[in-house]
Write a protein that binds this ligand. Structure first.
Ligand code: PLP
Length: 405
């Protein structure tokens, strides 16, 4: 079954992702099943998307109800779901409540959320502020604007020329940021935890200094919480963790876990000038703010509010300790917060280890040649996580990755 589907995939789909590892037909909770009936524990969660696992009753009910009531309207009109969601998001991104004037733009994906933030930066800066700063290792998306902010040359260079003015500063280097910052900078884009670069949190103190520098220069501080936000780290936003030191950014971008599988993105602009960053006619989207997506996101927020953040902290802390405490020579540092974790390997065999784990019924991701990424559903239980802890040494043994090379 799977093999036949895989062949048809190759004959019909653009080859942007390489061959699919499995063809999946069903999901329930943290598990998915392939076309041959095999079950997998989904520890990647659709890349930090399936926050509530698969087929969560609250999301299914909310989307079904909304689709049976009002599925889509153009942005010439508004819906209660869209308005309620925007109000909720304003409350979530700033623990003390969003400052007056804060506003939300709703889109359909992460890259679109960052496109809107990029346009806000251009509007904020005007011709006097042509420069936009991002970090080495940054991943902000694949559309042309977000791609310009993405560091990996192999992603960017085939599509040059990209929107100009973007400069990359070394990761976590305060002195380099101080040197690069100036009154010709429109915005600084940061991921509190770089996901695609291997689950790499900003060093302590960096965010605070970045806030001071952007404030002094009059530049926007944009936090890309697309992967790290919406409860992933056990707090609503990763920058709410203690090392965020209470920093309030100017713009926060969200997507991935926000709709728990229903495509949605959001650009949340904070503060008195937020409302004026983009005015009538300066940006738009047909689907953004769609009531189905808004209903899905509201359902996700409802479940998160119901004690799930505490659960993420508990299970995430436990899992990190267990993996770190394996005492396996093939396993190095375990990084990350909550349920966004990376496991460093002693050898560059992450792909092989992931393949062995897949064969054993576990979906994880080789985020780097020598690191595994875990971004499981936030509903993952300790017992389910334990099965992975037990399976990892076996998978390392299968590929001979026992740290002795
Ligand atoms: C995934 C991701 C994006 C892009 O989101 P898409 O929905 O794939 O466009 C942007 N920034 C970060 C930090 C991400 O992890």
């Amino acid at each position: 079954m799977s093999q036949e589907w895989a062949q048809r995939y190759g004959g019909a789909l653009m080859n942007t992702f390489g061959p699919p590892q499995r063809v999946l037909v069903r999901g329930e909770g943290p598990y998915v099943w392939d076309a041959d009936g095999r079950r997998y524990l989904d520890l990647l969660g659709g890349i930090a998307v399936n926050a509530l696992g698969h087929a969560h009753p609250a999301v299914v009910a909310a989307v079904t109800e909304q689709l049976g009531t009002l599925g889509h309207v153009s942005n010439f009109f508004a819906t209660p779901a869209q308005i309620t969601l925007a109000e909720k998001l304003l409350g979530i991104v700033t623990p003390g409540g969003a400052p007056d004037g804060s506003r939300v733009f709703l889109a359909n994906s992460g890259t679109e959320a960052n496109e809107a933030a990029f346009k806000m930066a251009r509007r904020h800066g005007g011709p006097d502020r042509p420069r936009v700063l991002a970090l080495a290792g940054a991943f902000h998306g694949r559309t042309m604007g977000a791609l310009a902010l993405t560091h990996k040359a192999a992603y960017r260079e085939p599509f040059a020329p990209l929107p100009g003015g973007v400069e990359f500063v070394p990761f976590g280097d305060v002195a380099a940021l101080e040197a690069a910052m100036g009154d010709d900078v429109a915005a600084l884009f940061l991921e509190p935890i770089q996901g695609e670069a291997g689950v790499r949190p900003l060093p302590a103190g960096y965010l605070t200094r970045a806030r001071e520098l952007t404030t002094a220069a009059g530049a926007l501080l944009v936090l890309d919480e697309i992967q790290s936000g919406m409860g992933r780290t056990g707090t609503w936003m990763a920058h709410h963790l203690p090392w965020g030191e209470g920093v309030v950014p100017d713009v926060v971008t969200l997507a991935k876990g926000l709709g728990a599988g229903f495509p949605i993105g959001a650009t949340v602009a904070l503060g008195e000038h937020a409302a004026t960053l983009l005015g009538p006619g300066q940006h738009g989207t047909t689907f953004g703010g769609n009531p189905l997506a808004a209903a899905a996101a509201l359902a996700v927020i409802g479940v998160l509010e119901d004690g799930l953040l505490e659960h993420v902290t508990a299970v995430g802390t436990w899992l990190k300790e267990k993996l770190g405490g394996l005492g396996h020579a093939g396993v190095g540092e375990v990084r990350g917060e909550g349920l966004l974790l990376a496991v460093d390997l002693a050898d560059p065999v992450a792909k092989e280890v992931c393949a062995a784990l897949l064969d054993a019924g576990f979906i994880v991701n080789p985020v780097r040649e020598d690191a595994l990424r875990l971004a499981p559903p936030l509903i993952l239980t300790q017992e389910q996580a334990q099965t992975f802890v037990d399976a990892l040494p076996t998978a390392l043994a299968v590929v001979g990755a026992e740290g002795r090379r």
